[in-house]
Design a protein around this ligand. Sequence first.
Ligand SMILES: Cc1cc2nc3c(=O)[nH]c(=O)nc-3n(C[C@H](O)[C@H](O)[C@H](O)COP(=O)(O)OP(=O)(O)OC[C@H]3O[C@@H](n4cnc5c(N)ncnc54)[C@H](O)[C@@H]3O)c2cc1C
Length: 308
Amino acid sequence: MMTTSFDTVIIGGGPAGLSAAIYLARFRRSVLILDQGSGRWDTAEVNENYFGFPEGIHTRQLRELGLQQAQKFGALCQEESVSMIRREHLQDETQFRVQTAAQTYSARTIIIATGVRDHYFGLPEHQDFLGASLFWCITCDGPKTTDKKVVMIGNNDEVACTALQLLRYTKELTLVTNSTELNISAKWQERLNKFNVPVVVKTVIGLEGANHHVRAVVLEEGQEIPAEVVFNGQGAQPNSELAMSLGVAVDEKQYILTSDEQRTNIPFVYAAGDVTRLFSHQIVTAAHEGSMAAQAANYDMYLPEQRL
Ligand SMILES: Cc1cc2nc3c(=O)[nH]c(=O)nc-3n(C[C@H](O)[C@H](O)[C@H](O)COP(=O)(O)OP(=O)(O)OC[C@H]3O[C@@H](n4cnc5c(N)ncnc54)[C@H](O)[C@@H]3O)c2cc1C
């Protein structure tokens, strides 16, 4: 029977969790990754900005390679969803109990790398297009819009700002609010107007297209706006509920607050990747934060005599 007691349990097996696992396993810590099987890494995206892959790399393939690397050094990975974490004080030691439908595991340290849930309101067919012609992040996929017909979906000043930034790649740009009320301030409406970006104040009811390629955004009453690329700017919700149940501090949008070394306010609990409050949510930053969380957790598990 598999052991249920680990130095570290990592919740989330995306780039952040796997990077943490690789580092911890190489520190000869016993590591379990619990992952419920899908995250932002799980799209048709070909990543073009992670260094070392001049031809780009599918994010699913990058994740598979990371998993193999973590397992090679001894990390275990189980496809299970964590429903609860409890903190217990046993004599001089803190222990965490991590519960899934199948099992309860115990750990000395916990790394939360659970990512976010993106909002795709009104885009029911979005999975077919996600990562191929439906994107959300200009840093990741702006270059893929070069000289293409682009529809940006969203309804606030940040979305208006991203739309204006996309003009560096394409002039064929329409902003659709996906709402019957305009929520963009007069200042940003003026700016959109100045650069001739049309704003359509209507609800989106779907996307048309085939083989992962969007052809049009369908609005209420059946109106279609031709599109080769759609940018979704409708926000995301961090998967920080488990962390919050442990008392981990979050910001006003519920992203986890950490120190520069990825420690949270709760001793022996660390967080990494898109679930943390960081301006730039990218694979490279998730991997960086995962490695930092692992180094902090490893340090905190040393005996007093092994610390500076
Ligand atoms: C369409 C698209 C295109 C992108 N393009 C790029 C790009 O070109 N370049 C780039 O750098 N980044 C890109 N990104 C962003 C990148 O994918 C994320 O920054 C990265 O995946 C974050 O890694 P993560 O490990 O923090 O989160 P995720 O990759 O989301 O992984 C989180 C994991 O946690 C698991 N999980 C959550 N809750 C639980 C639970 N309760 N129990 C068990 N497991 C749980 C999920 O199943 C998931 O596997 C893109 C994202 C999308 C959606």
